[in-house]
Design a protein. Structure first.
Length: 150
């Protein structure tokens, strides 16, 4: 019995040392997982938003119902894309509609809606051994949807 109690006395701080050594690794894995999740969510949402914008053009190329907007049909498409990307910062979302002239939205014409979104990840500079510099920051995502008006 005396041997067991003597052994436990010497290992009293073992759990604290193990926690201290493993916590930074655990924290780095969790932060990396959160960043990857944010990038994946942004990618899927951007894809959905441009697809819905292109679909609105296909359903109503003349702009009689869905795309009726006092500012114009292109602005109506951009508004639809922003509506589906509601969780994004609008200033970080750049939307391009081609052809940009709604008069060219005729049967047989391919229309495309593309959006570029910068995922707002914090900017980190890491100096690596050997003089290398690793810079992490906002990640640009681009989504394009092309459909033909029938």
């Amino acid at each position: 019995m005396a041997i067991i109690s003597h052994r436990c006395k010497n290992e009293k701080g073992q759990a604290l040392v193990e926690f201290t050594l493993m916590f930074p690794i655990f924290l780095a894995v969790m932060i990396g997982l959160a960043a990857i999740s944010m990038i994946f969510y942004s990618y899927v949402t951007t894809q959905l938003a441009v697809r819905e914008g292109t679909n609105a053009i296909i359903r109503d190329p003349a702009g009689q119902t869905i795309l009726k907007d006092p500012l114009g049909q292109v602005e109506a498409v951009k508004k639809i894309v922003r509506k589906y990307a509601f969780s994004f910062d609008s200033s970080s979302l750049n939307i391009l509609v081609e052809p940009s002239d709604p008069a060219q939205w005729l049967q047989g014409v391919q229309v495309s809606v593309s959006a570029t979104y910068y995922v707002p990840l914090p900017t980190v500079n890491m100096y690596l051994p050997g003089g290398a510099n690793l810079r992490l920051g906002p990640v640009p995502l681009k989504a394009v949807s092309i459909m033909t008006i029938e």
